[in-house]
Design a protein around this ligand. Structure first.
Ligand code: RIB
Length: 304
């Protein structure tokens, strides 16, 4: 049994079309059949942890529509408590328009819908009480994320922030997190360092994070693994799990959900990130966001 995991974040209906390659600006390309899947960075984190056996609750909002029903059912089926996922009248459920190219890479445009209505008051003291870890992303209003992070820290909850979609708020919110999860490009933008600095000078990256008030961070590097920064220690490199990417949509959220699970279970950051790397790789080797996340048994078979 793990400590309780709380996620405050988004739910989106993912409208996905696969295409050989992405269109250039102004260009039209043909794609395959349209599929509708369960996504949203917050819901994805929660489902990744829930499917692996975590005790997870999600705070979020959907519209009173068919997509909202679909998303609540998908999250609940993964064993996540959805009592704090509100259904709002007069607003559509969040939607993501996703293209996936033959190499597994994606582009995503999000229409926030009900996610934009998630307010600080949606996170009640009752929901926060007893949580071991709190997962946050930036697909809900910044004020809500800031408030949740501050209250989580004050309550002794370990706060993990994935500042994605990445923007100016990341710099302001990063110091509020106990653990920051960013990809390589985001880390370099946040630290104001040149491209390639994460790979070439991990100690400078650690020092740059420390100057921002961030003592613990994981920097994911796609096929090059990830870098774990934990206090003053020399940053540790974790090699990538070798896979053939099918669809990288939501792989970062799977990583985050697995990190939440293992930190709630008492692992140190390095051990948690090692585990999360396997979960992220599993997700990238299958289509969809939540649809690609493993159960504990599936993950064991994948690693064997
Ligand atoms: O990180 C992947 C997610 O981003 C998708 O599920 C989509 O909904 C967008 O939120």
């Amino acid at each position: 049994m793990t400590g309780r995991i709380l996620v405050v974040g988004s739910l989106n209906a993912d409208l996905v079309v696969r295409t050989e390659r992405f269109p250039r600006a102004g260009e039209t390309v043909s794609g395959g059949d349209l599929s509708i899947g369960a996504g949203g960075k917050g819901a994805n984190q929660a489902v990744a942890a829930g499917r692996l056996g975590g005790d997870v609750s999600l705070v979020g909002a959907v519209g009173a529509d068919a997509n909202g029903e679909l998303l609540r059912a998908a999250v609940s089926d993964a064993g996540v408590d959805i009592a704090t996922v509100s259904v709002r009248d007069g607003v559509a459920t969040g939607t993501a328009l996703i293209t996936v190219a033959a190499d597994g890479e994606n582009t995503i445009v999000v229409s926030a819908g009900a996610n934009a209505t998630l307010a600080p008051a949606d996170l009640t003291d009752d929901a926060l009480a007893g949580a071991a870890v709190l997962g946050l992303c930036l697909e809900v209003p910044v004020a809500t994320v800031r408030d949740a992070a501050e209250r989580g820290r004050a309550a002794g909850v370990t706060v993990l922030l994935n500042p994605s979609p990445f923007g100016p708020a990341a710099r302001e919110l990063a110091p509020l997190a106990d653990v920051l999860l960013v990809n390589e490009g985001e880390a370099e933008a946040l630290l104001g360092v040149v491209e390639g600095a994460v790979a070439s000078d991990p100690s400078a990256v650690r020092d740059g994070f420390a100057a921002l008030g961030v003592r613990r961070a994981v920097v994911t590097r796609g096929g090059d693994g990830c870098l774990v920064v934990d206090g003053d220690a020399e940053p540790a490199h974790i090699p990538a799990v070798r896979i053939t990417p099918v669809d990288t949509t939501g792989a970062g959220d799977a990583f985050m959900g697995a990190l939440l699970l293992r930190l709630a279970d008492g692992d140190d950051l390095l051990a948690a990130a090692r585990f999360a790397a396997g979960v992220g790789a599993f997700a990238a080797s299958r289509p969809g966001a939540q649809a690609s996340y493993p159960t504990a048994a599936e993950l064991r078979a994948f690693r064997a």
